[in-house]
Design a protein around this ligand. Structure first.
Ligand code: SF4
Length: 386
């Protein structure tokens, strides 16, 4: 497939708030189930091993008017929970058999309660991940948490999840991680050839497609994009940070590039890149998933960092690894985790002489001109003075 065809398919998947491809997957064989999940991280291997489709839910974006969803939350709060409830109340998620709410912030936790009240027939689970990274404490806790989640999935499917099935799922998700790492590696090397919008759309496609199809798509894209050379512009290389939960509108992402920035790293759709190294494929699969979480997790503002000196170190490493010339902090309005962490990260960047700016957005932000001007001025100032 050609690059344009792959990206057109991704764009169609991204715009489809009825989740037609997931509906079709479920309808193709009797007994299939779909399990929705919210950002940031869920061990999708468990859902896959249960023979189910993990479906990433990222709110209604800028295509959905929130009417009923507003009634469930106060005004001064991010938009993703309201548009996610709107998706449910308008029947767009009526084919989903279960919903998982990871422990990222109070808003998502409360959303799991709202879901129980409004969708009483759906399996709902608040998935707590460890904040203690010691194997004897956080590891034991996480394995127990995964066992309970597996119990819930087994009750839906009516069949047991075996260790062999889990190991097979780990293999297929390891492949996904490798392809995504390769995509990010290639993008950092030649950002003019792999635009940020294409990376974003490819990452989103992985939230609605079966992982095997996503692997094929990524592999096709990497082959096809290698055969095309796009013009190289005098853009400034930057990293985007803060977009790990409520997603920016696609036009906002596009505007940053059009303003003269090449995005060489980001924190979009982190579930795809949460584990920075592959999970061990042999041995006890739950223990391997737990070890990978404890040892190779991405650090975000939703992660407790007991060692203050390590705060921001992954971001500084990403700047060094990708050759980025600056960082743009872009976080959803009213996002407590991202906005509370931002000053700490900015301090670390300042100490390392890494230029940075910050702005806020909502998933339905429509005015791109101010963002374009801000990003453009930032890119120019780096070129002139850094
Ligand atoms: S955008 Fe921020 S505050 Fe809102 S649900 Fe996500 S992490 Fe929580």
């Amino acid at each position: 497939m050609k690059t344009e065809e792959i990206i057109q398919r991704c764009e169609a998947l991204y715009e489809d708030l009825n989740f037609t491809s997931a509906r079709e997957w479920k309808a193709a064989e009797p007994g299939r189930h779909v399990i929705g999940f919210l950002p940031i991280y869920i061990p999708r291997e468990l859902i896959h091993a249960a023979g189910m489709l993990p479906l990433g839910i990222y709110g209604g974006g800028d295509q959905m008017e929130v009417i009923q969803g507003d009634a469930f939350y106060q005004s001064y709060i991010c938009r993703i929970p309201r548009s996610t409830i709107e998706l449910a109340l308008t029947g767009k998620l009526d084919f989903v058999d279960g919903m998982l709410f990871p422990s990222i912030c109070d808003v998502i936790r409360n959303l799991s309660g709202v879901w129980k009240l409004t969708q009483p027939d759906t399996y709902v689970r608040y998935v707590d991940v460890p904040q203690n990274y010691e194997k004897e404490v956080g590891g034991k806790f996480y394995i127990q948490e995964m066992r309970e989640l597996m119990d819930g999935l087994e009750k839906i499917s009516g069949r047991e999840i075996t260790d062999d099935q889990l190991r097979e799922s780990i293999v297929v998700y390891n492949k996904n991680r490798e392809l995504i790492n390769e995509l990010y590696h290639q993008r950092a090397k030649t950002p003019w050839n792999i635009p940020v919008t294409e990376v974003y759309l490819l990452m989103r496609a992985g939230q609605v497609l079966p992982v095997e199809d996503h692997n094929q798509m990524l592999s096709d894209y990497l082959t096809s994009v290698d055969q095309v050379q796009r013009p190289k512009r005098d853009n400034t290389k930057i990293i985007l940070n803060g977009m790990f939960c409520e997603q920016p509108p696609l036009n906002l992402v596009r505007s940053i590039e059009l303003a003269g920035c090449y995005v060489v790293d980001d924190d979009f759709i982190l579930v795809n890149r949460w584990l920075r190294e592959n999970v061990k494929e042999s041995g006890d699969p739950l223990e391997n998933l737990s070890d990978a979480f404890l040892e190779h997790s991405t650090r975000t503002s939703a992660t407790y960092e007991p060692d203050e000196s390590k705060k921001g170190s992954q971001l500084v490493e990403a700047v060094q690894k990708t050759g980025a010339q600056g960082v743009i902090f872009a976080a959803p309005s009213f996002c407590d985790p991202a906005l509370l962490e931002r000053p700490m990260l900015q301090d670390v960047l300042d100490q390392n002489n890494i230029p940075n700016i910050a702005f806020k957005y909502a998933e339905n932000t429509g005015q791109m001109q101010p963002i374009r001007e801000q990003a453009g001025t930032f890119a120019d100032s780096i070129k002139l003075w850094s």
